[in-house]
Design a protein around this ligand. Sequence first.
Ligand code: NDP
Length: 481
Amino acid sequence: MEKIKNYINGELVEPAGKTYIDNIDPSRGKVYSLIPDSDERDVLEATAAAKAAFKGWSNTPKETRSRILQKISFLIEENLESLAIAESIDNGKPLHLSRSVDIPRAAANFNFYATGILHYAAPAHSMEDTAINYTLRQPVGVAGCISPWNLPLYLFTWKIAPALASGCTVVAKPSEVTPMTAYLLSQLCIKAGLPKGVLNIVHGLGPKVGNAIVSHKDIPLISFTGGTKTGAHIASVAAPMFKKLSLELGGKNPNIIFADCDYDKMLSTTMLSSFANQGQICLCGSRIFVEKSIYEKFKNDFVEKTKKLSIGAPLQDGTKIGAVVSKSHMEKILSYVELAQQEGGKVLCGGKRKVLDGEFAEGYYIEPTIIEGLKYDCRTNQEEIFGPVVTIMPFEKEEEVLMMANSTIYGLASTVWTQDITKAHRVANEIHAGIVWINCWLLRDLRTPFGGVKSSGVGREGGFEAFDFFTEPKNICIKLK
Ligand code: NDP
């Protein structure tokens, strides 16, 4: 059985404790590889390597850094098919999604930041003939990057690429649930000639490896994407150490549908925003608010389309809904369907585990589920489920839907469907969210800052904001006379 290795100081190595954790293929519910069960010793070694490499890497001309990172981007593109297959097996997502979204985006992340750093500049301020002030942007040092399982390589590289481009060295931990593409990436980094120690990837459990990264005194910056509870814990450890922190956390995103929308476009996009990646995208719209005059029509059409979604093995052609990521996550999602019913909700379709035939019988499949009849403030509508489960609710007035949309602790993303341009801007202005999509979903220029408000996170990644995050400003004032 394949043993994944840590990537420390330029080499693929066993964990210090020589122990491994099972890596499960969620489409079959079977162990298919082994992950290092790393501990603090591995993090110490990785951090020492990153620290030693920092001076050389941060002083490497940005053109050279850029070339190496672009090479990694090309190698990801060259290996797109094998990476996509690995990601789908590791995560359970349909192969078409890994092929068209996850892996191309990982390549784009490297390319974007490799080229962006060449154009990143800091300001200078002249005090007429008295003084000149200028701001140096210097890489912070060793960056700790911790990512989740839902978009494994996409989110992992979204952190690593700007950190490396900025001149930081990195100690990173992918989710232990989906480690394979990060392992393959470490092989590509070696091939691309990334100097040793510049990127170090330590596999293992959050409370052991993640915690050791967050609490390490030589890691002054943490970039974390994951659940809100984990984010709160990380903040409690990192804040007293005055670390720079970026937290990209959970969401409970509203999808607001007005009667004057372009109905067909809205319906086909709502299918994606509800169930893409089995609903395991932090940006999925899990609460759907529909203007009363089209509620019944929407409900019937949405349920009919959802019932037709083909649930299947991730690598099988035509699969629209693959497996959710793990057994415990499947159980959590199903427990929310039960809760919804206890809270008075009616399951319009789905709601159950789907058992496939043959070798996939033990896989973690859930029927896409639509629930109606719930109050906006019940637990099902307030807590993040992170699965193929959405609720639908009618509304009559704009103020009413805004109140319901803004009623959760989260504020990550939102979608508004209307052809009335004034209403679209007015509603977008009032929604508490880091991003509002008007008549679209999951469309974004990488130059824009990304992140949520309220309990969905602090700090911003994406665009040049990421360079601001991975560098520290130093102001220099020179007197002219
Ligand atoms: P978790 O918070 O459970 O884990 C995220 C990462 O943190 C994993 O690598 C995990 O390791 C690690 N970790 C766990 N405990 C600790 C700890 N004590 N110290 C340091 N690191 C730790 O999130 P999930 O992996 O379950 O991901 C799903 C969540 O991520 C959802 O809430 C989703 O909304 C959110 N998310 C947010 C996004 C955003 O941009 N805002 C984007 C994508 C997802 P391990 O896997 O070993 O537990």
